[in-house]
Design a protein around this ligand. Structure first.
Ligand code: NI
Length: 500
């Protein structure tokens, strides 16, 4: 009560009035400050929630994912193709589907993990206008009744400083589905494994020397553990390790395919496991043929190796789509190599001249597309000569390179080539464009398999293959690649030698 009384008194006092005003103003000011704090906090929460919501939002509703199954040309293997395309991501993934579930699972796990990481970035990192891109595809380098060698190439461009380029590779036991390790291949022989690792180190050193890069101490990094997974290539005649950038060697050394010709280590592979998996020559009678093999086994003894150059090659032409292809190549300033079928040349001499005139390379793809090793020697010679003659008649130029139909080549064919100053050119990336007449599939296989020095196999007789070329050229150009002829890639090739 007394307090109330004194307050009433105060209010009545005239001089107390300004004091009342001050405290009222204070209240108002405090209220306004509080009001703004509340508004600001509200705004912050609102913005935060909005932002979070944006982060949580899936970039791709499931409806945008399409997948379908398609034949791969590899026997008993199909592909599952997954495509997602939105404003935030542009993805194509090719899963190999073999008859063994365990193999499929091992591979799918690696692909799915990579894709999950990619999607995390595509979902959570805000980018501006370009979608992030991912292409994943595979190459089979060996497929016999016992073993399957497979390389999975993963390319992701997440707008970072460098696009991600990874390879995973295995040789599987087709029956059990187990991964075959280098130790399995040597049947746990310490010495044999050590010798193969040493041969692999030598091969790396040679490549480094050719590329004129600084020497490396490989003892720590190149070991039987790091080389445990391998692939078999070259028709069962080489062991290889297609290592990605920064996976085993310092990043500056780029991508590299380590290769060991089996003939060079055959002594250490005289066991039943190895004989089941690959072609192991008997040690006592080393044939004269294995001699030239070590030379091509060193990847591309080239002036341009290590640079970002790629050789696109087109087989089986010329055809109705070749002229259009030449225009596309011109548009992108790309050079390519055309392996022509002799019997098609004389009727289309003007297009053949045009290929030559526009700076592309002409190669021989035989007269009638047979499996050359199955022919007697005089017919092999005739297949080569008739085609060379036809090309020379059309253009004045005699080809120095031959692509054997079906990639089938042996010592007899190589000897015939040697006699004519020619060499055999296979490929490192098979787009399987004739099996899948789908430009998107062909493009993503080419892009996923691309690496410096790659030779990409396509067929310009298919409209869908020619249709894939703009996609291939623009995607790889964006990655800094340029496109050269086989000669531009390998330089002058050695007669009688098979590349790669
Ligand atoms: Ni062909």
């Amino acid at each position: 009560m007394p307090a109330r009384g004194s307050r009433t008194k105060l209010i009545r006092k005239k001089q107390s009035k300004p004091e009342v005003c001050i405290s009222k103003k204070r209240i108002v000011v405090r209220f306004i400050i509080l009001f703004f704090i509340v508004i600001a906090a509200g705004l912050l929460i609102f913005v935060h929630l909005q932002f979070n919501q944006q982060l949580m939002r899936q970039p791709t509703p499931l409806s945008d994912e399409k997948y379908y199954f398609t034949d791969s040309r590899y026997s008993e293997i199909r592909s599952k193709f997954v495509i997602r395309q939105t404003s935030r991501e542009k993805v194509s993934i090719e899963y190999p589907i073999t008859k063994n579930n365990k193999i499929n699972k091992t591979i799918a796990q690696v692909i799915t993990r990579a894709d999950r990481d990619f999607r995390y970035t595509a979902t959570n990192v805000l980018t501006f206008n370009q979608p992030m891109t991912e292409t994943i595809s595979y190459q089979i380098t060996h497929n016999n009744p016992a073993a399957l060698s497979i390389i999975v190439n993963i390319k992701q461009d997440m707008h970072g400083a460098h696009p991600v380029s990874l390879t995973h590779f295995w040789t599987f036991d087709k029956k059990s589905g187990e991964v075959i390790s280098l130790n399995d291949l040597t049947e746990q022989s310490e010495k044999a494994t050590r010798e193969i690792v040493a041969a692999a180190r030598n091969n790396i050193n040679e490549t480094i020397k050719q590329r004129q890069q600084a020497e490396l101490d490989l003892n720590e990094t190149i070991t039987q553990e790091t080389l445990s997974n391998f692939v078999i290539t070259d028709g069962g005649n080489s062991l290889a390790w297609p290592i990605g950038q920064a996976s085993l060697l310092p990043s500056a050394y780029g991508e590299m395919t380590i290769k060991v010709p089996i003939a060079a280590v055959a002594k250490y592979l005289q066991n039943p496991t190895a004989r089941k998996l690959a072609n192991i020559p008997k040690p006592p009678e080393p044939k004269p043929k294995p001699e030239p093999t070590p030379a091509p086994a060193t990847p591309a003894p080239a002036p341009t190796t290590g640079n970002k150059v790629i050789a696109l090659t087109f087989d089986d032409g010329p055809g109705p789509h070749t002229a259009h292809l030449l225009d596309i190549l011109d548009q992108y300033g790309a050079k390519a190599t055309f392996f022509l079928i002799g019997s098609k040349v004389s009727g289309q001499a003007s297009i053949v001249r045009s290929i030559q005139a526009r700076g592309h390379q002409l190669g021989n793809h035989s007269w009638s597309h047979p499996e050359l090793p199955k022919l007697p020697v005089d017919q092999i010679a005739s297949e080569i000569d008739r085609t060379n003659d036809a090309i020379k008649q059309a253009t004045g130029v005699t080809p120095a390179i031959l692509r054997p139909p079906y990639g089938a080549v042996n010592g007899v064919v190589l000897e015939q080539l040697r006699l004519r100053g020619m060499s055999s050119i296979l490929w490192s990336v098979d787009t399987r464009d004739w099996a899948d007449r789908n430009s998107d599939i062909v493009c993503s296989r080419a892009v996923a398999g691309a690496q410096p020095g790659a030779i990409i196999l396509m067929h310009d007789i298919h409209q869908t293959s020619v249709g894939a070329v703009p996609c291939i050229l623009s995607a790889l150009k964006q990655q800094g690649y340029s496109f050269v002829t086989v000669k531009g890639l390998l330089g002058n090739t050695t007669p009688g030698v098979g590349y790669p």
